[in-house]
Write a protein that binds this ligand. Structure first.
Ligand SMILES: Nc1ncnc2c1ncn2[C@@H]1O[C@H](COP(=O)(O)OP(=O)(O)OP(=O)(O)O)[C@@H](O)[C@H]1O
Ligand SMILES: [Mg+2]
Length: 270
């Protein structure tokens, strides 16, 4: 049975698309059949991060409107087996995503025996974001360690508990995972950012991962390669840990402390 996971946040620009690409790729690398869906109609970021933007012919809205089928629209990843991307339309209006249409696409994906369906949500709490979370079994609440981001995440938690299909049908609640992204330990030490415990205490959901603020994320996105494929990078390793936890493994958290400067660095700066 497919696990439908929405990557959501409320606040924009916190790292949802980066996370969707990394987690979907990580799950496929561990042998799962994965589809990652871009709900951000009009923006189309996911295909850029996944490096398949030139191969987009049909998109999510084409499938919903019956102009193409899923086999035509799904893009098979070149690097990783069993990983498929359903891109968003760049031009259509946001109302093109309907509950009925999205439901049909998800049912078809389930019938194609996907293990995971990752839904990359747009920012905010408008139609696109509501569509992305409506059918979810689980949610990755992507949050930056700052007050405005935590506040908007809290808001999304309320929406998951009241406006999801699970809530409507009185089923067990959407399972909520906290993913802290762009975590910068030195800024936490300086008091510019909230620490992990602060955020956990406010949101009170279980911690899936802490992704450090990292240049490797920018490098990866410039190359069109999900950062999890950069196995040397701190952010890539932190995402791999999060994927392992999603699969039930217990892993210690890393990259929470400021990197200790070595003798030469202390001496010469840098
Ligand atoms: N761990 C990180 N370290 C450094 N930069 C990051 C990290 N995560 C994300 N970013 C950067 O933050 C910006 C926003 O990331 P991303 O597009 O994934 O966010 P988003 O939540 O999907 O945005 P939107 O709400 O617009 O969809 C990008 O420039 C991305 O490279
Ligand atoms: Mg995005």
């Amino acid at each position: 049975m497919a696990r439908i996971i929405v990557v959501t946040s409320g606040k924009g620009g916190v790292g949802k698309t980066t996370t969707s690409a990394a987690i979907a790729t990580g799950l496929a690398l561990t042998g799962n059949k994965v589809a990652v869906l871009d709900f951000d109609i009009g923006l189309r970021n996911l295909d850029l991060i996944m490096g398949c933007e030139r191969r987009v012919v049909y998109d999510f809205v084409n499938v919903i409107q019956g102009e193409a089928n899923l086999h035509q629209a799904l893009i098979k990843d070149k690097r990783v087996e069993n990983l498929f991307i359903l891109p968003a339309s760049q031009t259509r209006d946001k109302d093109a995503l309907t509950k009925e249409g999205v439901g049909r696409v998800l049912d078809e994906l389930k019938a194609m025996e996907f293990d995971f369906i990752i839904c990359d949500s747009p920012a905010g709490i408008e139609t696109g974001a509501l569509m992305a979370l409506y059918y979810a079994d689980e949610a990755i609440i992507t949050t930056n360690p700052e007050v405005s981001s935590v506040r908007d995440s809290d808001r999304i938690l309320g929406i998951l508990d009241s406006k999801s299909l699970r809530a409507e049908n009185g089923l067990p609640a959407v399972k909520q995972h906290l993913l802290l992204t762009r975590y910068n330990p030195s800024r936490v030490t300086n008091g510019d950012m909230l620490n992990v415990t602060d955020v956990e205490e406010i949101l009170r959901i279980s911690l899936l991962g802490v992704i450090p603020e990292s240049q490797s994320v920018l490098n990866a996105s410039n190359k069109g390669e999900p950062v999890i494929l950069d196995k040397e990078s701190d952010a890539g390793q932190a995402y791999a840990d999060a994927v392992a936890r999603l699969l039930g493994e217990d892993r210690p958290f890393r990259f929470l402390e400021e990197e200790k400067k070595g003798f030469f660095k202390r001496l010469f700066g840098g």
